[in-house]
Design a binder for this molecule. Structure first.
Ligand SMILES: *[C@@H]1O[C@H](CO)[C@@H](O)[C@H](O)[C@H]1NC(C)=O
Ligand SMILES: *[C@@H]1O[C@H](CO)[C@@H](O)[C@H](O)[C@H]1NC(C)=O
Ligand SMILES: *[C@@H]1O[C@H](CO)[C@@H](O)[C@H](O)[C@H]1NC(C)=O
Ligand SMILES: *[C@@H]1O[C@H](CO)[C@@H](O)[C@H](O)[C@H]1NC(C)=O
Ligand SMILES: *[C@@H]1O[C@H](CO)[C@@H](O)[C@H](O)[C@H]1NC(C)=O
Length: 401
């Protein structure tokens, strides 16, 4: 009885919250978005509660929830799907069955999940990679890199680099009939962070300099050194991704020490002597006028955190921290941004910086768009926007890879 009453009470609060939660006006399917947003906020709230009473770590609930969606490798009439490993790191391969004269393009897929959750084997990602393989006749490689906090920075990045270097060997490309001149690296959200970084590392490595034709970044996170960009302020409470949740989870990729979270929230986490890095992410220089609105640039406060985390000044953690001469070498770049996304301005800054040094960038901006919707293309809540983004990205691949 007590349990039922509790559930009922909880549902009422949820429902009221759902009704009340404000979302921007130009969002399509507003009720579904409200529902998903409420659900995620409830998970975050429950996770905080569980952590405070010592039941479970905050991030555990997210990794458990995403693990629920993991699928088996199932081949169909068009594609052979195989789980295997490259260089001891688990990957899922999608190999088109149709015989072709021509060699195939390849897409390397890096999933999101704020470094602590998710898998390329989740249903929505599996569907995306099947579709990509099918539409392009491409070999797709999904990477199941190690996750934080068990495996902090740079574990995830190292796994992605190892897999890609393994795949790029002539013998491996030949085995899967891949055309070495048509390879793209793609990632969404924190997978976009990793995709951008891996692409930089390969492009600046003489041995791999010209091996990647293109990169595709879908609403990526590209820096955390200034956590008060205009989009961070405007979308502090989401929808979908809130500042609190994002910083809490992402900080685990750096450390387990919760003092970093508090410092990140106050934008006082960067060490003394790192001021020179802020010119790379200074939104007052790089953001289009339209998005500056009435925001005033506030310089982050340095040297407030006692512990030192070298990762915070490392461009292998934040792709925006490299200088222009390292950006210059980057390949054709596709970036998809959403208007109502906390991470939006990271991309705007990257796009401006890339174009300033002459990198060819295709920018697809979704007015009314929200973060993370590629994951809402299957299951109990399906958002039309997810399909729209998926189709735009695949169309771009068809025309450019
Ligand atoms: C296989 O490819 C054909 C032609 O593109 C398509 O119509 C069909 O739906 C595909 N099958 C699956 C299971 O995706
Ligand atoms: C952080 O905590 C996880 C367990 O939650 C542990 O496996 C990991 O080793 C810890 N990381 C560090 C850097 O201490
Ligand atoms: C950021 O840009 C503004 C305006 O261009 C400038 O006044 C400020 O000094 C810059 N700050 C840093 C840390 O580069
Ligand atoms: C950092 O160190 C100073 C001096 O040792 C101390 O007063 C302060 O409380 C410490 N701050 C944190 C966040 O631990
Ligand atoms: C850019 O960074 C690289 C690596 O840190 C360094 O070798 C190079 O000198 C830098 N170039 C400029 C123009 O600062």
């Amino acid at each position: 009885m007590g349990y039922k009453a509790l559930c009922f009470g909880f549902s009422c609060i949820l429902f009221a919250y759902c009704l009340y939660s404000p979302i921007p006006e130009n969002i399509e399917e507003p009720w579904k978005v409200r529902y998903v947003d409420t659900l995620i906020k409830t998970i975050s709230l429950t996770a905080t509660l569980f952590e405070n009473i010592g039941l479970m770590k905050y991030e555990k609930i997210f990794s458990t929830a995403t693990a629920f969606y993991i699928t088996q490798a199932v081949s169909d009439e068009n594609i052979t799907v195989i789980d295997t490993d490259f260089s001891n790191i688990p990957v899922r391969l999608y190999l088109p069955k149709k015989k072709l004269e021509r060699k195939r393009p390849a897409v390397i897929y890096i999933h999101g999940g704020v470094f602590v959750a998710g898998s390329c084997k989740m249903k929505a990602h599996d569907n995306l990679n099947r579709l990509t393989s099918n539409k392009l006749g491409a070999v797709v490689v999904g990477i199941d890199y190690r996750l934080a906090p068990q495996h902090p920075f740079p574990a995830a990045l190292e796994d992605c680099v190892s897999v890609i270097k393994f795949f790029l060997q002539d013998s491996v490309l030949a085995k899967y009939k891949v055309d070495p001149s048509r390879i793209c690296i793609m990632g969404d959200s924190s997978g976009g962070t990793l995709a951008a970084t891996v692409t930089q590392l390969l492009r600046n490595d003489p041995k791999f300099k010209n091996r990647i034709k293109a990169q595709a970044l879908i609403y990526p996170g590209l820096q955390m050194i200034d956590t008060f960009l205009p989009s961070h302020r405007e979308y502090e409470h989401g929808p979908i991704l809130s500042r609190d949740m994002m910083l809490k989870l992402a900080s685990l990729y750096v450390t387990n020490d919760s003092s970093l979270i508090q410092a990140l929230l106050r934008n006082e986490h960067m060490p003394e002597g790192s001021r020179h890095l802020f010119k790379f992410v200074n939104w007052s220089d790089f953001l289009p006028e339209k998005y500056k609105k009435n925001h005033v640039y506030i310089e982050p406060v340095l040297g407030k955190l006692n512990a030192s985390y070298p990762a915070l000044v490392d461009s292998r953690l934040f792709p925006l921290l490299v200088n222009d001469s390292q950006l210059q070498n980057l390949p054709l770049t596709y970036i998809l941004t959403c208007e109502h996304d906390l991470l939006r301005d990271d991309s705007f800054i990257y796009i401006t910086r890339l174009r300033n040094v002459g990198v060819q960038v295709v920018h697809d901006h979704m007015e009314g768009g929200i973060h993370g919707v590629l994951s809402f293309t299957t299951g109990s809540v399906v958002l039309h926007l997810g399909f729209k983004i998926r189709n735009r990205y695949i169309r771009w691949l068809e025309e450019n890879l």
